[in-house]
Design a protein around this ligand. Structure first.
Ligand SMILES: Nc1nc2c(ncn2[C@@H]2O[C@H](COP(=O)(O)OP(=O)(O)OP(=O)(O)O)[C@@H](O)[C@H]2O)c(=O)[nH]1
Ligand SMILES: [Mg+2]
Length: 716
């Protein structure tokens, strides 16, 4: 493989809804770039990009595949991610290295939820946008309607470069208003001819709009435009490139990926107008410095995908951010500090790997045999300490508990899940000590079902999903007091410890206690020692030693605290962690022989438990901030569904064709939300959720929870 210079490289990612035709378009691009000699089809399970078993079985993409094509003496690096929101990790990772996003739109469906989701990410990453209108050969293709929707959603920058002459089943031609040519297809290479008389008027009008839009992106071009009333083709291209860099133009091209109509022309257009990696905004490292995409600088590379390939082992895909990555060079992983050698370098189109001696700034490639390198890591020349920020993947939205059907497989299951997390960082696995469950979370039910598919079919582990428990918390609402004497006489040495304590709700900024009134009794407090603990599960425990007259020896205070902590970890009400409590130990008794640590631990524990029960305890549950985007016609259904989930709706706004609902919803009510939202809206809605805070559960639910816990509680 030839070595390409930075200005000969164009990095793009395909984007758009599932079924739009990204993988089919990628296949045609590989064919036109001579990477393959025959085009496969998604239906025939033989495309280059969808090469994994699960993709072939499902007939749609799961993983983002890195591809390339050499065309016009340029190298197009392109990525084909899944259009499903469940696998949005691929598009997000792709956008972290692509300089332009090409949104593929199915001409019969127009802007779909998937289109919208990817477009939102594109905006977030501030990348240039091209719209590729695909499936123009479909009988229901409706280009003009798609354009109307596109302008409504993406704004006036949407600018037609090509429009179809005869969309529908007989589709075989489009007009290119940049070149002012008609492209006609009968299979194979197109016939390029003058714009026919009946299309002249429309083509001229659209060309005029293109020229204006192109000129708007540069003062010099604007002057030429005012001067001459027009721009040359090259001036238009310059304006388009600048427009893509500044996000001041969204060019529209026409293709039929399946028939391979317009694909070579689209690639030619890309090689001429897409910005090279050194022309776009410079990436910023974690120290806040801009890093210039320049081959003469010290080397650095950003890993955007890690995978395990059969017969190959770990493979890492990266973009060279600066300098050159050369075969045999020593590098350091600035995330882990590990030093390694790049043994082999590849340029890849899925499983097709071409060896390459070096990759220069801006290029995308892969390497194998590195240890512990993961998505988001920065590899750099020794001495170059640059580190790029990790890819910001979306928060999980779907959780389930998982366990191996056969108990002996637990360890294998965990290993398999860790491995899948390496390939897809939006699969999160956490063993919750608190819930005593392994919680698996991801982007949706489909996402996690694919995880299960891999466990069954690739790792040969039978696993089952079970309802995940909710991480409740317990706290108290008033002051309570308890005395507890632990006494045991068994054979030899006995056990003795007595603890008197007061507990009360912790609040930020409270003064230290001086006196408590409980059950008509006054308890004077003189604080001798204070410990403030940030609890590992959130919230605080403040522990006061206010023992007077040596009724309990200071050396037993840590044991009492330990007992209290143990009980807080178990939660006296339902076994959930307790939080936000002040404990004051003010009196007690010792025995000269029998008192020891264990006695005071148990006395502390039980005193705390008793006091807790009398302190009007309450159960708290995690509340999430949820945002739902729905088409206006489904708003009512989505709202009434939310109401059944104890949601508190905070607001409703219209945003680019969607109604946005913001609400606070208890996690306990969000179980399988992605599935029900999808069924209510026919897959036309999207949502996100993020942990907000803990709030008290309603009284009836608290009663139920306590009952359920007591039913299987085996308290000592
Ligand atoms: N008629 C027609 N069908 C097409 C065209 N492009 C793609 N298709 C079909 O549309 C379906 C979806 O195509 P894919 O290429 O898998 O779509 P995708 O965008 O990769 O979808 P995901 O991987 O699920 O995100 C397949 O059945 C393709 O054969 C086209 O130009 N014309
Ligand atoms: Mg695909």
């Amino acid at each position: 493989m030839k070595i390409y210079n930075t200005n000969q490289i164009k990095n793009l990612t395909l984007l758009g809804s599932t079924g739009a035709g990204k993988t089919t378009l990628a296949e045609a691009m590989l064919f036109e770039g001579k990477v393959i000699e025959r085009r496969g089809e998604v239906e025939n399970k033989n495309t280059v990009s969808d090469y994994s078993d699960v993709e072939r079985e499902n007939g749609s993409s799961v993983f983002a595949t890195a591809l390339y094509a050499e065309f016009n003496d340029k190298k197009l690096n392109f990525i084909d991610p899944s259009g499903s929101d469940d696998f949005v990790n691929g598009a997000v990772a792709a956008l972290s290295v692509a300089d332009t996003g090409v949104i593929v739109i199915n001409a019969q469906h127009g802007i779909e939820v998937g289109t919208e989701i990817h477009h939102r990410y594109l905006e977030k990453f501030k990348k240039g946008c091209v719209l590729a209108i695909n499936q123009l050969d479909h009988e229901k293709a409706a280009f003009d309607k798609v354009m109307e929707e596109a302008v409504e959603r993406f704004g006036k920058n949407v600018t037609i470069i090509q429009y179809p002459v005869n969309e529908g089943t007989g589709y075989d031609a489009f007009i290119d208003v940049l070149l002012m040519k008609k492209y006609s297809y009968t299979g194979g290479k197109p016939e390029i001819s003058e714009v026919p008389a009946d299309q002249k008027e429309r083509a001229e009008k659209l060309r005029g709009q293109l020229i204006e839009k192109a000129a708007e992106n540069d003062e010099g071009l604007m002057e030429i435009f005012f001067d001459k009333g027009s721009l040359t083709e090259d001036e238009m291209r310059k304006g388009i490139t600048l427009g893509l860099i500044q996000r001041g133009i969204i060019p529209v091209v026409c293709v039929s990926a399946k028939k391979n109509y317009g694909v070579a022309r689209m690639m030619e257009f890309f090689t001429r107008v897409l910005p090279s990696p050194d022309e776009v905004a410079m990436p910023v490292d974690i120290a806040g410095n801009e890093v210039k995409c320049d081959a003469s600088r010290p080397a650095s590379a950003f890993v955007f995908k890690s995978a395990i390939e059969q017969h190959l082992g770990e493979i890492n895909y990266f973009k060279v951010m600066s300098g050159e990555i050369v075969e045999g060079m020593d590098i350091v992983n600035n995330k882990t500090g590990n030093r390694e050698r790049i043994s082999q370098l590849f340029v890849t189109a899925a499983k097709n790997r071409q060896k390459v001696a070096k990759l220069v700034a801006g290029d995308i490639g892969s390497t194998v045999k590195l240890k512990g390198v993961r998505t988001g890591h920065t590899l750099a020349a020794i001495g170059n300490g640059v580190e790029f920020p990790p890819v910001l993947f979306p928060e999980p939205k779907f959780r389930t508990a998982i366990k191996a059907v056969n108990e002996n497989d637990e360890e294998k299951l965990n290993e398999a899940l860790q491995r899948m997390n390496m390939e897809d960082p939006t699969i999160l696995i956490e063993y919750s000590k608190e819930l005593k469950q392994t919680i698996l979370s991801g982007q949706g039910e489909y996402h996690l079902n694919i995880v299960k598919w891999h466990l069954n079919n690739i790792f040969k582990i039978a696993a089952e999903f079970i309802t995940p428990k909710i991480p409740y918390r317990e706290t108290i609402t008033k002051v309570a007091q308890a005395d507890y004497r632990h006494k045991k006489q068994s054979g030899g040495a006995g056990q003795f410890g007595e603890v008197h304590l007061v507990i009360e709700p912790y609040e930020e900024g409270q003064p230290d206690p001086t006196m408590y009134k409980v059950n008509g009794k006054e308890i004077k407090v003189s604080v001798r020692d204070k410990e403030e603990h940030n609890l590992p599960w959130g919230g605080k425990l403040v522990y006061y030693n206010s023992i007077v007259g040596g009724s309990i020896d200071t050396r037993f205070m840590p044991a009492i605290l330990k007992g209290v902590m143990e009980k807080m970890e178990e939660g006296p009400l339902t076994g959930s962690y307790a939080r936000d409590i002040r404990v004051t130990v003010y009196d007690g008794k010792m025995h000269p022989v029998d008192s020891n640590e264990i006695s005071f631990r148990l006395a502390g524990r039980n005193a705390f438990r008793e006091a807790f029960k009398n302190a009007t305890p309450k159960i708290m549950e995690p509340i999430y901030n949820v945002e739902v985007w729905v088409p206006a016609d489904r708003m009512g259904d989505v709202m009434s569904d939310l109401q059944t989930r104890r949601a508190v709706v905070l607001g409703m706004t219209s945003e680019k064709g969607f109604e946005k609902i913001t609400a606070r919803v208890p996690l306990a009510e969000m179980n399988r939300y992605s599935t029900s939202l999808s069924s209510i809206t026919g897959g036309r809605a999207m949502y996100s959720m993020k942990f907000a805070e803990y709030a008290q559960v309603p009284g009836d639910i608290q009663t139920e929870l306590i009952k359920a816990f007591e039913a299987d509680d085996k308290e000592e």
